[in-house]
Write a protein of this length. Structure first.
Ligand SMILES: [Zn+2]
Ligand SMILES: [Zn+2]
Ligand SMILES: [Zn+2]
Length: 126
Protein backbone atom coordinates (compact mmCIF):
# COMPACT_ATOMS: atom_id res chain seq x y z
CA UNK A 1 0.00 0.00 0.00
CA UNK A 2 1.56 3.27 -1.13
CA UNK A 3 0.21 6.58 0.11
CA UNK A 4 0.94 8.15 -3.25
CA UNK A 5 -2.14 6.86 -5.01
CA UNK A 6 -4.42 9.33 -6.77
CA UNK A 7 -7.05 10.79 -4.51
CA UNK A 8 -9.90 9.33 -6.49
CA UNK A 9 -12.33 7.59 -4.21
CA UNK A 10 -13.41 5.04 -6.77
CA UNK A 11 -14.33 2.03 -4.70
CA UNK A 12 -13.32 -1.24 -6.28
CA UNK A 13 -16.38 -3.21 -7.21
CA UNK A 14 -15.24 -6.43 -8.84
CA UNK A 15 -18.70 -7.91 -8.66
CA UNK A 16 -20.67 -4.89 -9.79
CA UNK A 17 -24.01 -6.06 -11.10
CA UNK A 18 -24.86 -5.39 -14.69
CA UNK A 19 -27.94 -3.57 -15.88
CA UNK A 20 -31.28 -5.29 -15.57
CA UNK A 21 -30.55 -6.85 -12.19
CA UNK A 22 -32.57 -4.68 -9.81
CA UNK A 23 -32.19 -6.98 -6.80
CA UNK A 24 -28.58 -7.92 -7.29
CA UNK A 25 -27.69 -6.90 -3.79
CA UNK A 26 -27.15 -3.85 -1.66
CA UNK A 27 -24.02 -1.90 -1.04
CA UNK A 28 -23.00 1.34 0.66
CA UNK A 29 -23.88 4.37 -1.40
CA UNK A 30 -21.12 6.65 -2.58
CA UNK A 31 -20.93 9.66 -0.32
CA UNK A 32 -18.81 12.55 -1.52
CA UNK A 33 -18.95 14.08 1.92
CA UNK A 34 -17.17 11.08 3.38
CA UNK A 35 -14.09 10.59 1.23
CA UNK A 36 -12.80 7.87 3.50
CA UNK A 37 -15.55 5.69 2.14
CA UNK A 38 -18.32 3.90 3.86
CA UNK A 39 -18.52 0.29 4.84
CA UNK A 40 -21.42 -1.78 6.03
CA UNK A 41 -21.08 -5.42 6.92
CA UNK A 42 -24.86 -5.78 6.92
CA UNK A 43 -25.40 -4.80 3.30
CA UNK A 44 -25.13 -8.34 1.87
CA UNK A 45 -27.89 -9.49 4.19
CA UNK A 46 -30.40 -6.82 3.26
CA UNK A 47 -33.66 -8.14 1.90
CA UNK A 48 -36.81 -6.19 1.27
CA UNK A 49 -39.91 -8.27 1.89
CA UNK A 50 -43.24 -6.68 1.02
CA UNK A 51 -44.54 -4.60 3.93
CA UNK A 52 -47.77 -5.75 5.58
CA UNK A 53 -48.83 -2.20 6.39
CA UNK A 54 -46.80 0.06 4.16
CA UNK A 55 -48.77 3.16 5.06
CA UNK A 56 -48.53 3.25 8.80
CA UNK A 57 -45.97 3.19 11.53
CA UNK A 58 -46.57 0.27 13.86
CA UNK A 59 -45.77 2.36 16.90
CA UNK A 60 -47.47 5.67 16.15
CA UNK A 61 -51.06 6.31 17.22
CA UNK A 62 -53.40 5.85 14.22
CA UNK A 63 -53.66 9.03 12.22
CA UNK A 64 -50.76 10.67 14.01
CA UNK A 65 -49.72 13.67 11.90
CA UNK A 66 -46.19 13.55 13.26
CA UNK A 67 -45.36 10.77 10.88
CA UNK A 68 -43.32 11.85 7.86
CA UNK A 69 -41.77 8.85 6.16
CA UNK A 70 -41.60 5.20 6.96
CA UNK A 71 -38.71 2.81 7.32
CA UNK A 72 -38.97 -0.94 7.26
CA UNK A 73 -36.65 -3.13 9.27
CA UNK A 74 -34.98 -5.59 6.91
CA UNK A 75 -34.39 -8.04 9.75
CA UNK A 76 -37.90 -8.57 11.08
CA UNK A 77 -40.16 -6.38 8.94
CA UNK A 78 -41.02 -3.81 11.59
CA UNK A 79 -42.36 -0.58 10.08
CA UNK A 80 -41.47 2.63 11.87
CA UNK A 81 -41.38 6.31 11.14
CA UNK A 82 -38.23 8.16 10.12
CA UNK A 83 -35.99 10.49 12.07
CA UNK A 84 -37.90 13.48 10.73
CA UNK A 85 -41.07 12.15 12.30
CA UNK A 86 -42.11 12.93 15.82
CA UNK A 87 -41.86 9.37 17.05
CA UNK A 88 -38.64 8.34 15.32
CA UNK A 89 -39.87 4.80 15.76
CA UNK A 90 -37.58 3.30 13.13
CA UNK A 91 -34.61 4.46 15.14
CA UNK A 92 -36.32 3.39 18.34
CA UNK A 93 -36.70 -0.07 16.87
CA UNK A 94 -33.00 -0.23 16.07
CA UNK A 95 -32.18 0.94 19.57
CA UNK A 96 -34.43 -1.61 21.23
CA UNK A 97 -34.16 -4.59 18.89
CA UNK A 98 -30.66 -4.04 17.58
CA UNK A 99 -31.70 -4.59 13.97
CA UNK A 100 -29.23 -2.46 12.02
CA UNK A 101 -30.78 -1.84 8.61
CA UNK A 102 -34.06 -0.20 7.65
CA UNK A 103 -35.20 0.37 4.09
CA UNK A 104 -37.22 3.42 3.12
CA UNK A 105 -40.83 2.84 2.14
CA UNK A 106 -41.24 6.28 0.62
CA UNK A 107 -42.12 5.93 -3.07
CA UNK A 108 -39.51 8.50 -4.05
CA UNK A 109 -36.75 6.93 -2.00
CA UNK A 110 -34.96 3.73 -2.90
CA UNK A 111 -32.32 3.27 -0.27
CA UNK A 112 -31.76 1.64 3.05
CA UNK A 113 -30.03 3.07 6.09
CA UNK A 114 -27.72 1.20 8.40
CA UNK A 115 -28.03 2.74 11.84
CA UNK A 116 -25.07 0.83 13.17
CA UNK A 117 -22.68 2.03 10.47
CA UNK A 118 -24.52 5.29 9.73
CA UNK A 119 -24.37 4.44 6.05
CA UNK A 120 -26.77 4.68 3.16
CA UNK A 121 -27.24 1.48 1.21
CA UNK A 122 -28.46 1.29 -2.35
CA UNK A 123 -29.59 -1.66 -4.40
CA UNK A 124 -27.31 -3.17 -7.01
CA UNK A 125 -28.93 -1.36 -9.90
CA UNK A 126 -29.45 2.35 -9.47
ZN1 LIG B 1 -24.18 -1.93 8.62
ZN1 LIG C 1 -43.89 6.17 14.54
ZN1 LIG D 1 -36.46 -5.41 13.30
Amino acid sequence: MHPTEPSQTAAPSPDAPGPGTPSAGWHPAHDGGRPEGRRCAHAPDVTVPPPPHPDECEDCPPGDPGRVRLRRCTTCGHVGCCDSSRGRHAYAHYASAGHPVAVSLAPDESWAWCYEDETFLVAGAS
